[in-house]
Ligand binder design. Structure first.
Ligand code: GLU
Length: 301
């Protein structure tokens, strides 16, 4: 496994096209695109890494997976009355479908759907309490205490979150938001600004693996369902391509991270800040395709 990761990191460093770092969140535009890291936490307790695996990065939309797990823990299947489970085929922050489908977002991983899950998780607590519970959950999942929120990234996003505010107000106009748009967006931008290394993220992802002896924070059925949503919706309108090239469920973030699950085998975190045309990590996607080829891991046999 270590040899495979070293080869993947060496190939990533050879790439001339690094993709484009997200710049609509000003703080993210400052990140050096040359960085690359990959970590694998295997179901039998192994941990392997290559590259800048101790450098924390902004997990952004990968946080939607953890918040979805917590929202389902709060309200169970009632969540699906407020958000769908279908791929959107549109960009992550699109307002188009929301208007056509009367304020019920297509899935919990596009921004509109994530605002509904954040609203559900927030429930009647304050944003501070909810964020505290989220951090405790992620720290317990990874068994690492040094996981924090980067306030400068959170505020940088909040100051420029015009589209996300538009989505939140649209949801509110359809009575699909119970907290104020300000509270939901404040919580959402802070959850996206959680910083983790690939080591921490790969370890946290083990909650989505079904394997003996791992921290059991989610039921078997919940893991299967979250993995199914990651497979069909985890890469926005690039989800089909990712399934085709990699064949494993994954969730990307505009910070350049991707969390991928090889069910029963391993949780994998890859990070490279430059994005492809879909807004998913370019070298991260390429690295995952190489890993899937070299290991033979795929949910399709
Ligand atoms: N915080 C980002 C946003 O809402 C998350 C998007 C992403 O990571 O894909 O714009």
């Amino acid at each position: 496994m270590q040899k495979i990761l070293d080869e993947i990191a060496a190939n990533a460093l050879k790439a001339t096209d690094l993709g484009k770092v997200a710049d609509y969140i000003p703080e993210l535009a400052k990140v050096d695109p040359k960085q690359f890291a990959i970590s694998i936490a295997t179901a039998d307790g192994g941990l392997f890494s290559a590259g800048d695996c101790d450098t924390p990065f902004s997990i952004q939309s990968i946080s939607k997976v953890f918040v979805l797990a917590l929202a389902l823990g709060k309200v169970g299947d009632a969540l699906w009355k407020r958000v769908g489970r279908e791929p959107s085929g549109l960009s992550f922050d699109s307002v188009l479908l929301l208007e056509r489908e009367n304020g019920v977002p297509r899935n919990p991983f596009i921004n509109a759907g994530a605002l509904v899950t954040t609203d559900t998780f927030l429930n009647c607590s304050t944003p501070r309490e909810a964020l505290g519970a989220l951090l405790r959950f992620v720290r317990a999942a990874s068994d690492r205490d040094d996981i924090h929120i980067d306030e400068s990234v959170a505020h940088s996003e909040l100051d420029t979150a015009h589209r996300n505010f538009a989505l939140a107000h649209y949801l509110a106009s359809h009575r699909n938001l119970t907290n104020t748009p300000e509270h939901v967006l404040g919580t959402y931008c802070h959850q996206c600004a959680i910083e983790m290394t690939t080591v921490q993220l790969a370890l946290a992802g083990r909650i989505l693996l079904d394997a003996e002896g791992l921290p059991s924070l989610l039921s078997h059925q919940r893991k299967r369902r979250i993995n199914a949503l990651m497979m069909t919706c985890g890469h926005y309108d690039g989800s089909g391509d990712f399934a085709f090239e990699v064949g494993l469920p994954g969730k990307s973030g505009v910070g350049g991270g991707i969390l991928v699950i090889a069910p029963g085998r391993a949780s994998i975190a890859v990070w490279s800040p430059g994005l492809n045309a879909y807004g998913n990590s370019k070298r991260g996607t390429e690295a995952m395709a190489e890993l899937a080829r070299k290991t033979g891991w795929s949910v399709f046999g």
